[in-house]
Design a binder for this molecule. Structure first.
Ligand SMILES: NC(=O)c1ccc[n+]([C@@H]2O[C@H](COP(=O)([O-])OP(=O)(O)OC[C@H]3O[C@@H](n4cnc5c(N)ncnc54)[C@H](OP(=O)(O)O)[C@@H]3O)[C@@H](O)[C@H]2O)c1
Length: 226
């Protein structure tokens, strides 16, 4: 796959590794995020629109990866019980994990070229799978990622009508050693380095076909039940 690649959340653990891996493949990479110029903040649609316009000015991106996400921070930790449910925490998780990526789809999906098999991939999480939820807990993260998955599926249906060759997909990166996972790393849990996760994700992306649009795949290209 040739052409410009855009990595949103390029300052994050997996986002930075993705940008580096793409550059190592010789791809032109536009790194977007709060620390980039122009700055892209998921909580500010104007900044998303401006960043998309900037990306478009460099040519249609054949690949857009959204590597943003929120699990803990801003005074919030994943809930262990319904007793910890908090409206502000839920709203923050939905703003960053579902509404922000939805606005990314609004502004970046129209930029995908009509030729080839362009890809918009957003990093979801296996714990967002309703069918796979056996442990409970992590209400805000699980529910906001489930909402993200539904938004991806819905956008993929619209995208197929407009650009039948394009792919809009949710990907699970596996458990990766980043600030997001750091407080939860336990012995026995398979925590992989970001570079390995990035290589896996790019392998999955390289193998995508239009038939994969609207699906939810893990880092080994195995489908995850919704
Ligand atoms: N690590 C794992 O084990 C794991 C497992 C499953 C799924 N995931 C998913 O993979 C994705 C990447 O996670 P990661 O592990 O790389 O986490 P990370 O290192 O914490 O990176 C999170 C990214 O989200 C960005 N972000 C947060 N708030 C933002 C905002 N308001 N506007 C724009 N960007 C914002 C951060 O930008 P700044 O650099 O500006 O802070 C950063 O680039 C997430 O969607 C996560 O849910 C990760």
């Amino acid at each position: 796959m040739a052409g410009q690649a855009v990595v949103i959340g390029a300052g994050g653990g997996i986002g930075a590794a993705l940008a580096e891996a793409l550059e190592a493949q010789g791809r032109a990479v536009l790194r977007l995020g709060r620390g980039a110029t122009p700055a892209l903040d998921l909580l500010d649609e104007g900044s998303i629109a401006a960043a998309a316009a900037h990306a478009a000015s460099r040519g249609a991106p054949a690949l857009v990866i959204d590597a943003t996400g929120f699990l803990h921070g801003a005074g919030f930790m994943p809930e262990k019980s319904w007793r910890e449910l908090d409206a502000a925490h839920l709203a923050h998780a939905f703003a960053l994990n579902a509404i922000g990526p939805a606005l990314l789809m609004k502004h970046f999906l129209p930029l995908l070229p009509r030729t080839g098999t362009p890809v918009f991939a957003t990093l979801s999480a296996r714990v967002g799978s309703i069918a796979d939820n056996r442990l409970g807990g992590w209400y805000a993260y699980r529910a906001s990622k489930a909402a993200l998955n539904q938004l991806v599926r819905t956008a993929a249906i619209e995208l197929r009508r407009r650009a039948p060759n394009a792919v809009c997909i949710a990907l699970h990166p596996g458990t990766v050693d980043t600030p997001l996972s750091a407080p939860f790393a336990r012995t026995g849990l398979e925590v992989r380095p970001p570079a390995e996760a990035a290589a896996d994700l790019l392998r999955v992306i390289a193998g995508l076909t239009p038939a994969d649009s609207g699906t939810f795949l893990d880092h080994k290209a195995a489908p995850i039940p919704w």
